[in-house]
Design a protein around this ligand. Structure first.
Ligand code: LLP
Length: 401
């Protein structure tokens, strides 16, 4: 995290108070550039769920890439940010009725609606939809940073290979067109084992496409490209992943679509938080901070590692083993454990790194905690792109007050 400018971070923390997220839009563009160079032939659809802030979405819309939306809310935000509907893949899982109605109300249709169940096809038909559909398959193989995100192995997602033929028949019978086949291996593909599982998934997709009685316009192999969260971690060899994807799809024609989320935004985000309490716990120090699992859920939910660094020089301090804990009344409210850090003191500013993906996006208001603001860095400018919520933002929907 040494490449983040400490003075600018301190200024943000002073102005906005803490906790506060920072997102660097220039880094997002650089990350996108790397994906574009590795996959020059692919049509990239940013997975909106990773970070759906309007400034982030506008950055991608302006760059001309498409979007992948998992819900009507994401779809509406993507349209508002400038994505034409025909650049949006709508990939809902068990879509609620309201979601389907909302998306189908738009005058122009999405590029395709990705269906993961025959019932979704029936529900679309019931609503008079006669547009383009992609079949999401359940490849049976998953990959990712944790079993809980190894989507490809989870039967909740996609249509079993043995039911694909039936799904295609149903789509056609009901007046829609199958334009693509989709699979997503999982999220956080990083190590060689994940890369080979990803390859297996892509091979399964190729097999399914080859077994169809028709051609498809595109093959969508999902997202999932991982980033190292630990400073010593090796980055994903994106070129090798691209080669392996291409190779596995050798026998298949049609546009390659990819849906990266994390890879594009994770390292572009930081969460700034201040130490408010320091407490010895055996050999360790517990640094109580003002950010918690409501602001950054990943450590509590997946036991995910996020780097933590003091902002500003604390070189004169003795290093200690430190755990960083939040203000929520839950034992899982731990942001980092056993880190070698300069002994923290009250008032210190800490940066929690790699929080641009699934950070603010998964924040909640548990414990009646308003969600934090977000500040965007772009060249030398900083601007607030999301204000700090107030208690009123939490209580406003209550109708019996
Ligand atoms: N496409 C589909 C169909 C997906 O389900 C996902 C992620 C993506 C693309 C983007 O995956 P990415 O490139 O960001 O790995 N909250 C978890 C991650 C859940 C991802 C769910 N699906 C986390 O914080 O690790």
């Amino acid at each position: 995290m040494a490449d983040w400018p400490a003075e600018r971070l301190e200024a943000v923390a002073d102005e906005q108070e803490t906790p506060v997220y920072v997102i660097d839009l220039d880094r997002i563009r650089e990350n996108l550039g790397r994906v574009q160079s590795a996959f020059p032939e692919a049509d990239i659809h940013y997975a909106v769920k990773a970070n759906s802030g309007s400034a982030v979405l506008e950055t991608f819309a302006t760059a001309g890439v498409g979007a992948e939306c998992a819900s009507a809310g994401e779809f509406e935000r993507a349209v508002a940010a400038g994505f034409p509907t025909e650049r949006i893949l709508y990939t809902p899982v068990n879509p609620p009725q309201r979601d389907l109605d909302t998306v189908l109300e738009y005058e122009t249709e999405p590029l395709a609606i990705t269906v993961g169940a025959l019932d979704t096809v029936r529900r679309l038909a019931d609503r008079g939809f006669t547009g383009d559909v992609a079949i999401r398959i359940h490849p049976g193989t998953g990959a990712g940073h944790s079993d809980s995100v190894a989507t490809g192995a989870d039967r909740k997602f996609g249509i079993g290979i043995d039911r694909v033929e039936k799904a295609v028949e149903l789509v056609t019978e009901r007046g829609m067109t199958v334009v693509g086949v989709h699979a997503h291996a999982g999220s956080g593909i990083l190590n060689p084992e994940d890369v080979s599982s990803h390859r297996e998934v892509v091979e399964t997709v190729a097999q399914v496409v080859n077994d169809l009685d028709q051609d498809v316009d595109f093959v969508d192999v999902g997202g999932g490209f991982g980033v190292p969260y630990r400073p010593e971690g090796d980055p994903l060899d994106l070129a090798a992943l691209a080669d392996s994807t291409r190779d596995a799809l050798d026998s298949v024609s049609g546009t390659l679509r990819i849906e990266p989320g994390r890879y594009l935004v994770a390292d572009a985000g930081l969460l700034l938080t201040r130490v408010n309490t320091v407490k010895p716990a055996g050999e360790e120090l517990l640094a109580g901070v003002d950010a918690g699992m409501t602001d950054l859920l990943r450590p509590a939910l997946y036991d995910a590692y996020h780097p933590v660094a003091p902002v500003g020089s604390m070189t004169d301090r003795e290093k200690r083993s430190v755990s960083v804990v939040g203000p929520i009344c839950e034992s899982t409210d731990v942001l980092a454990t056993n880190r070698r850090l300069p002994a923290p003191e009250r008032g210190d500013l800490l940066a929690i790194g790699m929080t641009g993906a699934y950070g603010i996006e998964m924040a909640s208001q548990y414990n009646s905690r308003p969600r934090p603001p977000v500040v965007a860095f772009e060249e030398t400018t900083s601007r607030e792109i999301r204000r700090r919520e107030q208690l009123e933002d939490i209580t406003a929907p209550e109708t019996d007050r």
